[in-house]
Design a protein around this ligand. Structure first.
Ligand code: FES
Length: 111
């Protein structure tokens, strides 16, 4: 385990998302409304488009390129229903947000 600080809680509000680089990997921090702060792979499993360029309505993340949809709480895809985002452990200490991307590779799906 190698948690790295990525931001502080002031940088991200509930209902928002932002991307950061951790250990050379782009990771997405996303905070679903009514849920807990999550971290997923930063690129779409379809064709590697940055997910932060997509839309997030507080519950569902939609990739801008071909509109694949992901549940922001679980990272599982909604449409199509057969893929998922790699998830990284998140730790909050005081106002600091840490992510551990060690050894977790982004997932890719059929195209
Ligand atoms: S690259 Fe994201 S849906 Fe195609």
């Amino acid at each position: 385990m190698a948690f790295k600080k990525v931001c502080s809680l002031d940088d991200l509000w509930e209902g928002e998302m932002e991307s950061f680089e951790v250990d050379g990997q782009e990771v997405l921090l996303i905070w679903p409304e009514g849920g807990e702060l999550k971290s997923f792979q930063g690129s779409c499993p379809h064709q590697d488009i940055p997910l932060v360029e997509g839309k997030f309505d507080g519950k569902v993340l939609i990739c801008r390129a071909h509109l694949w949809q992901f549940d922001a709480c679980s990272g599982k895809s909604i449409n199509p229903g057969d893929c998922a985002l790699a998830q990284y452990p998140v730790k909050i200490e005081g106002d600091d947000v840490f992510v551990d991307a060690d050894g977790i590779q982004p997932l890719f799906a059929h195209s």
